[in-house]
Design a protein around this ligand. Structure first.
Ligand code: F6R
Length: 610
């Protein structure tokens, strides 16, 4: 997830771009850059690090005058954060210069084809492949619109591009697929941006681009085209949000915004390794030979990342039949357990900087164990030190309580489970296809659950003054219960415990009192009756039964105080759906208690000390 901008008008573009980028920095901040077109020449300035470094660089003598330009603030997905990988990127003769948000899934194929035509590549980005593809068609067509259309028809993935063409003064071009891009209309000037927060200081008059729509800015004129090249009429809208709401995409908190970004995070994470009908793990150094030789998996992580690993344990064991141990990094690093040399250690971390996780990974490496890191932040310490990396595509997460990164971690784990199972001969071809199909359907099902979020909001207010909660589950549902319970306690400060339901009778049941929130997760058919019995025991002691169950589950239909049905999916992947109402529950209880949802007390986004 990156922030992109375009400007065409009478004012100096660089200042406007810098102001706008400052508002988009929450979308990514590992590098920033801008390009300005003047007198048939495009000047580019870019920098590793935060926007401030770029600002200083421009002040210290770079000539970037001109009234038409594009800008970018980056969250690395392909290629480490560096100046060379920073945007804008350009074609060899600088005819086409672009900034990009999103992922070009088939960038390797594009690069290979363009290389046959003499194109050279200097960055590790997927963007460069797309820019040069647009340039390739531009050289034939001599027309930006036709070049963009031809290129976009050959690009797979979800993306937004904003472009300058050296021979077209005062023009900025944009195109979007699945990711947001808006155009702003000012007096004698016009804008493109990833979201309205970037242009709100200049105009409140915006156009929302449709999918696969192309836009052209020329000073105050904004024109739209479809993929056949025909001009399209479009209605202006007036933005009524204030600046604060605009940064959060109109949501009250980053956490809610990020909850809503989960479908996209899941889709992009899957899309990053799934090309032309196949999962490809070769970039992770996981050849079939290596996968076949894995005798044991250790999953090592902290907090929510550990909970994602707990789901993965069940899924990998069941599908790939490889023994899996899930380890808390803070425990693993100090334990003297005999380690299997043919094991694979899977390290899960959003930030890639968590001190215990890093230390545990180093310990595994010292013991000769191969490490695969599932990490969200490109270029983070864990990503750099691991033997190989599977990047989740959640984009920057601002809220301290993780939601979209956790969901993306689950997808990475499912992909490993399914692929390991296939390579090791544990899955028939058709079953493999079916499971892939089920993963692909998760994003729309996540959105379906979110469409009904008000139901959770209503019930959450009942627990504004609650003091204790239990989250019960068995098997994968227990792993989800752990995450649901953590979401509740970390942001609402309501004391909450996740309990493997079978353990209730061994002690915790003594804590149940009248009106206590007892959440039960029911997504595994063979365990419906078991968990139902545990829940009924809680109910007979006064517990309020809050059930998250797969549609069609009849158990507790009569007895539950509240049931939230999630869409059906393959049971291995049910965690991805069951967690959504639980995230919402934690969120709404925290809101009802008027707490600082995005920055809960005593917590930090990245735990870089022990
Ligand atoms: C909870 C949460 C934390 C993190 C944990 C590990 O919402 O965000 O529990 O999951 O601190 O952090 P990473 O994934 O950055 O290693």
């Amino acid at each position: 997830m990156c922030g992109i901008l375009g400007y065409s008008g009478d004012r100096q573009a660089s200042g406007i771009l810098l102001n706008g980028l400052a508002k988009l920095e929450y979308r990514g901040y590992d590098s920033a850059g801008l390009a300005v077109l003047e007198d048939g020449e495009i000047k580019i300035v870019k920098n590793k690090g935060r926007l401030q470094a770029l600002e200083e660089k421009i002040k210290s003598g770079y000539d970037v005058s001109g009234t038409c330009g594009i800008g970018h603030t980056r969250w690395a997905t392909h290629g480490e954060p560096s100046e060379v990988n920073a945007h804008p990127l350009w074609s060899d003769d600088m005819s086409v210069v672009a900034v990009h948000n999103g992922i070009v899934e088939n960038y390797r194929e594009i690069k290979n084809k363009l290389a046959e035509h003499g194109y050279k590549f200097y960055s590790q980005t997927d963007t460069e492949a797309a820019v040069k593809l647009i340039d390739f068609f531009y050289k034939q067509e001599k027309n930006p619109l036709k070049a963009i259309i031809k290129a976009i028809k050959n690009i797979e993935g979800s993306f937004c591009f904003v472009l300058l063409f050296k021979d077209f003064p005062n023009e900025v071009w944009g195109v979007r697929k699945d990711l947001p891009l808006i155009a702003g209309q000012g007096k004698g000037e016009s804008f493109l941006a990833s979201d309205v927060s970037a242009i709100l200081q200049d105009t409140r008059q915006v156009y929302y681009l449709d999918n696969m729509e192309i836009v052209q800015l020329k000073k105050g004129v904004v024109r739209f085209f479809d993929m056949e090249g025909y001009a399209k009429p479009k209605e202006l809208s007036e933005v009524t949000w204030d600046m604060n709401a605009a940064e959060k995409g109109g949501f009250e908190h980053f956490m809610m915004k990020e909850i809503h970004e989960q479908a996209r995070a899941v889709k992009d994470t899957f899309g990053s390794v799934y090309h032309s009908g196949k999962i490809n793990l070769e970039e992770m150094n996981l050849s079939d030979e290596k996968i076949k030789n894995i005798s044991q998996i250790y999953i090592i992580a902290c907090g929510s990342a550990y909970h994602a690993g707990a789901v993965a344990q069940y899924v990998i064991e069941d599908l790939a039949k490889i023994p899996v141990r899930i380890e808390l990094a803070s425990e693993f690093r100090y334990r003297n357990m005999p380690l299997d040399k043919n094991a694979l250690a899977i390290i899960i971390s959003q930030s890639g900087e968590t001190a215990d996780t890093l230390a545990a990974m180093r310990r595994a490496k010292e013991n000769g164990i191969k490490t695969l890191a599932i990490v969200n932040v490109v270029g983070s310490t864990i990503a750099r030190e691991a033997d190989s990396v599977f990047y989740t595509m959640a984009g920057p997460e601002i809220a301290v309580a993780t939601t979209k990164a956790y969901s993306a971690q689950l997808i990475a784990c499912y992909i490993l489970a399914v692929q390991f199972a296939k390579v090791r001969g544990e899955l028939e071809g058709s079953e493999y296809e079916r499971l892939i199909g089920e993963i692909q359907k998760l994003p729309e099902k996540i959105d379906e659950i979110l469409d009904e979020k008000e139901r959770i909001e209503e019930i959450a207010y009942k627990f504004t003054n609650a003091r204790n909660a239990f989250y019960l589950g068995r098997n994968i549902d227990y792993a989800v219960a752990m995450e649901g319970s953590l979401k509740m306690k970390e942001i609402s400060y309501l004391h909450s415990e996740a309990i493997a339901a079978g353990e209730m009778k061994h002690g915790p049941i003594s804590l149940i009192e009248k009106g206590m929130l007892v959440a039960g997760i029911m997504t595994q058919k063979n365990l419906y009756q078991k968990i139902a019995s545990n829940m009924l025991e809680a109910r007979s002691r006064g517990g309020f039964l809050f059930i998250v169950a797969t549609r069609g589950c009849e158990a507790l239909k009569e007895e539950a105080d509240f049931i939230y049905n999630i869409p059906e999916t393959d049971e291995h992947f049910a965690a991805s759906l069951a967690v959504i109402p639980l995230q919402l529950m934690g969120y709404y209880v925290a809101v009802a208690r008027k707490l600082d949802v995005d920055k809960p007390r005593n917590l930090a986004k990245s735990v870089t000390v022990e």
